[in-house]
Each structure stands twice: as C-alpha cells, then as structure tokens.
Design a protein. Structure first.
Length: 220
C-alpha cells in the first residue's frame, strides 16, 4: 500500500527534491524504542506508524471515538504541564509531530493545528481550549512575535520549534525563519520541561520526543 513507501516531494527553485524523512523516522522508532511503546501523534499518521514502525498508536485514520481524538488535540493545544497530565493518563511514551518549517513541506502539523484545537475543544474536557485564543490580536493565525501566548506556549508549538530559533534556513533571513509560514518564529529561547528530544529526521520533517518520567506530575 502507498504508506509503505512514504516519501515527500518538494519543488524548490524549479527542482523536485525527494525527502525520505518519514521512513527514516519510522525505522528509528522500530529499532530504538521498546516494542510496547505507545506513540501519540495526530490521527493522519496512525496507519503509517502501525505499518512501518510496528508500534501502538493512540489514534489513526479509522478512529471513530471523537473523545479519544479530542484528548489528543487537547494535549497538543495545551501548555506542557496540562499536556503532561493527559499524556500520563493515556500512557504515552513518545510524541511525534510533522514539521515543515525547515524544508518547506506545507502539509505539516502547524498547518493542521487549528483542526486539533477545534476538535480538542469540542468535548467537555477541552472546554478550556478556545480557537480564538490561538489567533493574534489582529485575528490572524501567526507563529511570529505577534502570535498569541496560547500559541507560543502550546505543546505543538514547542515540539515543532524546539531549537529551531538557532537555525538559519534561508540566506538573508533571520534564524528561526519558517519557510512554510514565511515568518520568523516569535518564541525562540525556550527549553522543554516534560519532554526530551529523542529523534529529529534529516530535514526536520519528523520530530519525536520522549515523555519524561516525572514524579508527582500528571497524577489525578
């Protein structure tokens, strides 16, 4: 099936470039994580993770339980402390995000994030998640200095942009220049509290984080 050969083609300067980041990342998961590791990602990648990495995923393309998908959306949209509670509740070991800011790959999780916010806020447990909180003061969807605090502090933002503020992606642009959004990210200088970077693919398209085992956190 198609997702067994998951490559990304990006046209740059008239040239078609093939990236193999998905297979690279799924191979890493398969050979560097326990067989019973549970992976949290957005539902789009569920079948690929199951087929290519042979790991348990929380939601996939066939998930009918909106509450379960909503819980993942809440984890992605919340600040780290709140996300940690959800991830421990769901027994998550690793979190995977797709990020195109380095390569120019536009079908990434930042561009899908509003759907995670909407679905995350669609159930009673996600009542604290309001779509409007993730827009700038002028009502725009931004990742730069004008982005809202909710955006800058969300788990999704931090997983995608961790260490990205140090990186030069285009000549003549500042560090932390997102090549999909064409913006300089607004939150560059931060550390991760509840996650640690486990793997980032060659072109940063797939980023995988390990959930830390922190005492007295995430317990209800």
């Amino acid at each position: 099936k198609q997702w067994y050969q998951r490559r990304v083609a990006i046209t740059a300067g008239g040239n078609r470039i093939i990236f193999d980041d998905f297979r690279e990342a799924y191979n890493w998961l398969k050979f560097n994580t326990p067989e019973d590791a549970k992976i949290m990602s957005w539902w789009d990648y569920g079948y690929q993770l199951t087929a290519m990495a042979n790991r348990t995923i929380l939601v996939d393309n066939n998930t009918w339980n909106n509450t379960h998908i909503s819980r993942v959306g809440q984890a992605m949209a919340s600040p780290e402390e709140h996300s940690y509670t959800i991830m421990k509740e769901l027994d998550v070991d690793y979190v995977l995000v797709i990020f195109g800011g380095m390569s120019g790959y536009s079908s990434d999780d930042i561009n899908k994030f509003l759907w995670m916010i909407r679905i995350g806020g669609s159930t009673p447990e996600g009542a604290h998640i309001k779509e409007g909180d993730y827009y700038s003061s002028s009502g725009e969807y931004k990742v730069d200095k004008d982005a809202s605090d909710a955006m800058h502090n969300s788990l999704m933002y931090k997983m995608c942009y961790y260490r990205f503020g140090e990186v030069m992606t285009e000549q003549g642009k500042p560090t932390g220049w997102d090549r999909v959004r064409n913006q300089e990210i607004g939150n560059k200088d931060f550390e991760l509290d509840v996650l640690e970077e486990a793997f980032t693919s060659e072109h940063w398209i797939v980023r995988i984080y390990k959930v830390k085992d922190l005492d007295n956190r995430g317990n209800k």
